[in-house]
Design a protein around this ligand. Structure first.
Ligand code: SAH
Length: 363
């Protein structure tokens, strides 16, 4: 598990990504296949559409240490904070004090100095880390994390990032999203390269909206280089595990009444059910408001009937994953917690073999 040192730079000698550095600027034939195990020059974009060996996580235009098993749940060891296209090695820890670690750490510092010398300005990226499995982090997000000087986010999400020289991890508690957003914007305006991390997709009940909310009140920051990088949101990862329950029209509802009144949640639930949408529920049930999910199930039974299929997808793509599909008649509140995304089918959603799917057509 990563040791976090919020607000402080991480020590040198921590896991450092070791890619396959070869000559800078070496040409790579457009359209040439990227062979496993073949080192490719840093910073050389591999032609879009070029064949890429399947099963190899590839950062934008750059090789990733291939054939290296990525431990589930291990922090993401990222490359040096350099240009896009730098190799990103996943799960390749380097022993402290080993000559390899020492040379890697010093090369990181050299590259960091080179970047600063080039007069780079600050930026802010809001990035999604996907539902849990590192294999589901996009290459675009990996490459951006490798360039960052600062990572900002909720404690468990920041814990997924492996510390390295030149990177400061700023982990904060839940429910301080606006403070976090302003802190990130402030650092970017001071020239830092800041990534705000969310789980799943940053635009789905997560930090992207908080950052824009903070921007609304601060015109001075409007010219900052700000980007949002998508991730795989929990409902899509869960749907893929179950089969295709979201194969027709659907909606997503956050069941938390933290930022909206509960009567509005009930109204949206009922109207979505009456419109025969399939539905995905985020934040379904927390210890502080268990009765609300009981009420959710009552509304659903009333609007959809007892035979409607409901899938509880817990900790999708992590070692704790559990996917359970039952009818509304058999659903109980304790089947959901805050690590669960709940998917309710529409009136045509059905089982096929061990899968659940919603037909593409509606009558
Ligand atoms: N931005 C995130 C959602 C944040 S809200 C995304 O796009 O996925 C937090 C809620 O997301 C949790 O309460 C749970 O409902 C859901 N969630 C996040 N990760 C999950 C996972 N791996 N498995 C199941 N549900 C998950």
């Amino acid at each position: 598990m990563t040791h976090l040192h919020p607000e402080h730079s991480q020590p040198c000698g921590v896991p450092v990504a070791l890619g396959s550095p070869v000559a800078h600027g070496a040409p790579v034939a457009r359209g040439a296949p990227v062979a496993r195990g073949v080192p490719v020059a840093r910073g050389v974009p591999v032609a879009r559409g070029a064949p890429v060996a399947l099963g190899s996580p590839v950062a934008r235009g750059a090789p990733v240490a291939r054939g290296v098993p990525v431990a589930r749940g291990a922090p993401i060891a990222l490359g040096s904070p350099v240009a896009r296209g730098a190799p990103v090695a996943l799960g390749v820890p380097v022993a402290l004090g080993s000559p390899r670690a020492a040379s890697a750490a010093s090369s990181v510092q050299c590259e960091a100095r080179a970047v600063q010398g080039a007069g780079m300005t600050g930026w802010l990226v809001v990035a999604g880390l996907g539902p849990g499995d590192d294999a589901l982090i996009t290459p675009e997000v990996l490459a951006t994390l490798a360039e960052a000087t600062d990572i900002v986010g909720y404690i468990p999400y920041v814990a997924r990032i492996s510390p390295r020289a030149g990177l400061t991890l700023h982990a904060s508690d839940n429910r301080v999203e606006m403070d976090r957003a302003r802190h990130a914007l402030t650092m970017a305006s001071e020239g830092r390269r800041v990534v705000v991390v969310s789980s799943g997709d940053p635009g789905v009940f997560a930090m992207a909206s908080a950052v824009f909310e903070a921007l609304e009140g601060a015109p001075d920051w409007h010219r900052l280089d700000i980007r949002v990088l998508p991730g795989i949101t929990a409902m899509l990862a869960a749907a893929a595990r179950a089969g295709a329950p979201l194969g027709h029209d659907f909606c997503a509802i956050n069941l938390s009444d933290n930022l909206k009144p509960w009567p509005l949640v009930e109204r949206r639930l009922r109207l979505a059910a009456e419109a025969d949408f399939a539905m995905a529920f985020y934040n379904p049930r927390s210890a502080s408001r268990p009765h609300q999910f009981t009420r959710t199930l009552e509304i659903l039974r009333d609007a959809c009937g007892p035979d409607r299929l409901i899938t509880f997808a817990r900790a999708v793509t992590t070692p704790d994953e559990r996917i359970t599909t039952v009818t509304l008649a058999d659903a109980t509140p304790d089947m959901a917690d805050m690590r669960t995304v709940v998917i309710v089918g529409n009136s045509a959603t059905r089982r096929v073999g061990r899968f659940v799917y919603t037909p593409r057509r509606a009558l």
